[in-house]
Design a protein around this ligand. Structure first.
Ligand SMILES: [Zn+2]
Length: 282
């Protein structure tokens, strides 16, 4: 909700339309009650959006990522044909053993593309300077080690998150993205991918990475905990003003926030939500 309030606030200020995006590629994990809860929460908090699904049924019918499967596969085929990918059959335990950072073990093994338990990874061996458009101007960056040889097709044959995300943002013509700073590395992987795929619009998207809401210092509040918190407040008979004010309070802002517009304005005024990590640290 925090991200959404920020996105809505920034979009209003730029005169842009807000797209509600619900990633539902992983049908096992996206439970109907979770999707329903997103709509219930937005309605309860009276946060508007111009584009995207209006209801769980509408999501299924018009907006689901399942409808764009052909686009994802097309992009994968083009990357593969361009020699940008390689197949990898490393087990989870092997990856964990290597400290979670992939060492390029399968880069030259020439494994069959459609072998069992094979995922497709991007060959990121060639250094590439990336440029991220941010609220503070253009920031040069390189792909972090954690994203080295990142996966674009999962072992089940479906597009991985990074690929689906870039294709979706391009498909919907997104030019402003607001997300938590925990996704910073992920954004760089997506920029890398967009460069390889020649997706100029994505490369020119402006990104705002905001600090995360902390439950206690050092412990971030996960998305699901956030949604549960809103539902909990709702069931306790709290109003949206109580919830917005509580969010402000968590960020050390003492003012009351009766609605999302007030909260958004307070966030922009009081808190370094658009703080960018110093380029030297990245
Ligand atoms: Zn491998």
């Amino acid at each position: 909700m925090f991200s959404f309030v920020l996105t809505a606030t920034l979009a209003r200020r730029c005169g842009a339309a807000i797209l509600l995006r619900i990633d539902d590629m992983d049908q096992q994990r996206v439970r109907p009650e979770y999707v329903q809860d997103i709509f219930d929460t937005l309605h309860f908090l009276e946060i508007p959006w111009e584009e995207g699904p209006r209801s769980p049924d509408d999501l299924k019918r018009e907006w689901s990522q399942l409808h764009r499967e052909a686009l994802y596969q097309q992009a994968l085929a083009a990357l593969k044909a361009g020699g940008k990918l390689f197949a990898c059959d490393c087990s989870r335990s092997r990856l964990q053993h290597a400290g979670g950072i992939y060492d390029g073990h399968c880069l030259h093994r020439q494994l069959p593309w459609d072998g069992p338990d094979v995922c497709w990874r991007v060959n990121t061996a060639a250094p590439l300077t990336l440029h991220m458009h941010t609220g503070n101007g253009l920031l040069p960056a390189t792909l972090p080690d954690e994203q080295r040889y990142f996966v674009v097709r999962k072992k089940d044959g479906h597009a991985a998150y990074q690929l689906a995300s870039v294709i979706d943002d391009d498909y919907f013509g997104i030019d402003l993205i607001v997300r938590g700073e925990d996704l910073w590395d992920s954004t760089l992987a997506q920029l890398y991918l967009a460069r390889l795929a020649g997706m100029d619009r994505f490369c020119n998207t402006t990104f705002y990475h905001h600090t995360l809401l902390m439950e206690t210092p050092g412990k971030k509040l996960s998305k699901s905990e956030g949604a549960t918190a809103v539902r909990f407040f709702r069931n306790e008979g709290k109003t949206k003003a109580d919830i917005f004010s509580a969010i402000a309070g968590m960020l050390g802002i003492r003012e009351q926030a009766p609605d999302w517009e007030t909260l958004g304005a307070l966030l922009l005024d009081h808190y370094p939500v658009f703080r960018q990590p110093a380029p030297a640290q990245r």
